[in-house]
Design a protein. Sequence first.
Length: 455
Amino acid sequence: MDKRETGNKELKRLEAKKKKEFKKIDEIELLLKTINKELSEKEELKKTFEKYGFSFENNNKESAVRGKTKISKDKYIEYIQSYLASREEKPLYYSKEILEQFYAGLCTNQLVVLSGQPGTGKTSLVEGFCNAIAAKLKIISVQPNWTDNQDLLGFFNPIEGTYISTPFLDAIIEAENNPEQLHIICLDEMNLAHVEYYFSEFLSKLQSEDNIITLYSKNLYEEAREEIFSKIELFTNKREENALNVEEGISLLKNIDINEYYKLKKQWKSINTYKNEFKIPSNIRFVGTINKDETTKSLSPKVVDRSYIMEINPYSIKLVEDLKNKIENDRIECKENLYLKANCFKRNTKILSKELREELNALELLLRKFDITLTNRIRQQVNELYGSEIISENNIFDAIVTAKILPKISVEIDFENESLIKDFEKSLSNTIIAKSIFSKMISYWKQCGILTFWR
């Protein structure tokens, strides 16, 4: 085969390739024209719908939030503590350790549970903290008769063609519409009902990649949406050449049935606001308060395993005096709250230091004697707690034990095995909060023979 023949074959191959590529370009251009035509039609339909009062836009976006922003991360807790203590109305006094633990808990994206006796300031901590950082707070009072997630999220009414929402769901939608601001939903007295009955889906999805919550079936959503579209197009006479103008259309609607028009608007707003499923917004955190008394439900192991638990106790007179003196002596000006955006609370995993790993490993050996193990989930949560970089190195072990280990302890122990308890108590000698809580657990054990965090 000579060079000319080889060249001709190569030329034919390139021509065929060129023709094929041009065909692809033609197909792409045709697809673009089709897409642009569909977009244009949808835009026209959107304009027509909006003229009749059927808006596609969500107008629930809030105005810009103000607050002090020029402050370094290592000063957050000190500033928040002083801000709360300086409030003219209802000053609040919390130790730095409690504020650090609460902030860090919000960074783990777990359910943050504040436990304690009634009147110890659990809800006040949430309210005060949100006020101090300009976060949006919604408090939901849990009812004793809640039995499933419909009590929390509402339900679709097929007869009316609308979704019956709840304050809880509306708070989530509000967070979705304002993604930069941190939103906190507080389930107040959440153990008046069984938490796993009404909140189990959220517990499973909060730290999952698949964090989508289904409200009702997709088929029901599509059927309702198609029916509403058909009615609106009928009212607007969109598909006919002699389409009515807006004034004539609305006049016709009113003459037919004004109630039907407003019912349709209600259905339209419902189907656009409450779609069949939603993704849990990244800027939302869930907090629950629980009372430690005989009138409430205990938390199941599943709930405890997936929660970040803190015990809140009444503040001491010494703490109040120390904070007042500090504010007065240092002349601290904390009248303006902070504005910490939602991205200040994002999850961040960090491997524990060698010293911390050794402390936890030693503690786990003692826990095994209580038939308690540290699961992979707990270890991941501990790494997120450490990754928040809010809790000081001196207090991080205390926070880990308080939030993730002590709440798992609820066992009967014979008095002959007191040495196990003493060994565990000794391992907490360098902690502050954990040591105090465990001391109360020992007192209860001496009375009842049960070593538990929950009494």
